[in-house]
Ligand binder design. Structure first.
Ligand code: FNR
Length: 362
């Protein structure tokens, strides 16, 4: 019989072969302004890009023959049992990308066994959000509103105070687009009016709202006051300098998140993965050190853990997946990427990952 090329057997095509591919899929369905709001960073986006290039420069020395058929990524994050060392980063206004917004991403997080961090600026009220949640607090100018929010978060299992937004970073894509929220998307936890969400010249509507509602003077004393007022484990998000990490320990925090807010705040800030070793050296024996900004794959999670993080937060990739109704798929893919990376690095569990050697190939 003639010898010739045979057609490859074709299976049901996958939408995304890896977590990072949800960005292109989401861009295909979202408006340009919403895509820019999510994907963009501040200023010239130097820090946005540095988060990626710095993670790409981390090189792992794999071990071999872990002797296990499967890798087990089970973890504890700030006292919460997690199926893998990943939490969903707090992200505002998820109804921008999906009618069920926070409800859908939180449901998928619960199904995947990972904590979901509810933003102060969620577009559904925090009480409605299902599953194991942590609450992210932006310090409001009105202390009574801070107290009211913290009381409402009583069902959550940790309180994450974000401290890197004294003002919103200048996100030039949003400024150029005159970005404002559509009428059906509101800050459901806050008592605000539609007028508070109007753009003012030179500021996006989200930046203008931040300037009017959030306190730029939140202090370590405020965090101490909060710590003494609640039973929650306190997580301080947005730490890059080891001296600040030590102060977080001093006020009784259970964890810090080494983060530059995904490159959305100070443009020119150090990449999170580059700031991580210093913070781990300073406080890693005392409290959990989480990390975010730029995590796009299971190998990135492996790298962050090898460098010393106890876990990571993942932001944009899960919002992109939400936009194409693929939250379960994306979290499943991330888990597969992580367990494959663990096996390829010769690690049956996370204790072995912590012992991996790494270098910065810069
Ligand atoms: C955020 N981030 C954020 N952080 C926070 O503490 N409260 C918030 O409401 C928001 N909102 C928000 C909206 C959007 C659209 C994005 C992309 C990010 C920052 C977020 O928690 C996290 O620090 C970064 O997104 C992590 O970087 P990657 O994973 O997106 O690269």
């Amino acid at each position: 019989s003639p010898v010739g090329p045979t057609a490859a057997a074709v299976m049901e095509p996958v939408r995304a072969a890896c977590l990072a591919e949800y960005e292109a899929l989401a861009t295909g369905v979202l408006s340009g302004a919403v895509s820019d709001f999510i994907s963009g960073g501040s200023g010239a986006e130097l820090t946005l890009r540095a988060n990626r290039s710095a993670l790409d420069r981390v090189r792992i020395t794999p071990r071999v023959m872990a002797g296990a058929e499967r890798a087990d990524p089970a973890s504890r994050l700030v006292g919460t049992a997690a199926a893998m060392p990943v939490a969903v980063a707090p992200m505002a206004y998820q109804r921008l990308v999906h009618p069920e917004g926070e409800l859908e991403l939180a449901r998928a997080a619960a199904a995947a066994g990972v904590p979901y961090v509810v933003s102060t600026l969620s577009s559904y009220p925090l009480e409605k959000i299902p599953g194991e949640c942590w609450f992210q607090l932006y310090w409001l100018r009105d202390r009574r509103q801070v107290e009211a929010l913290v009381d409402r978060a009583a069902g959550c299992s940790a309180l994450v105070v974000t401290v890197d937004v004294p003002v919103m970073g200048r996100r030039l894509r949003d400024v150029r687009n005159g970005f404002a929220l559509p009428d059906d998307v509101v800050a459901a936890n806050l008592e605000t009016t539609r007028e508070a969400h109007a753009a003012v010249p030179g500021l996006s509507a989200v930046a203008a709202h931040t300037a009017s509602a959030f306190s730029p003077t939140v202090s370590w004393e405020d965090l101490e006051w909060l710590k003494n007022r609640t039973e929650f484990p306190l997580v301080v998000k947005g730490i890059l300098d080891p001296r600040d990490a030590k102060r977080a320990v001093d006020v009784g925090a259970s964890a810090v998140v080494v983060s530059n807010h995904g490159g959305r705040q100070l443009d020119g800030a150090i990449a999170s993965i580059d700031a991580l070793p210093g913070v781990v050296d300073a406080v890693g024996n005392e409290i959990d050190v989480l990390m975010d900004s730029g995590i796009r794959s299971g190998t990135d999670v492996l790298k962050a853990l090898a460098v010393g993080a106890s876990g990571v937060l993942v932001g944009r990739p899960l919002l992109w997946a939400l936009a194409v109704d693929a939250c379960d798929e994306a979290l499943g893919l991330l888990r597969t990427e992580l367990t494959d990376a663990m096996l390829l690095a010769g690690c049956a569990d996370l204790a072995a990952v912590k012992e991996l050697s790494w270098r910065n190939d810069g």
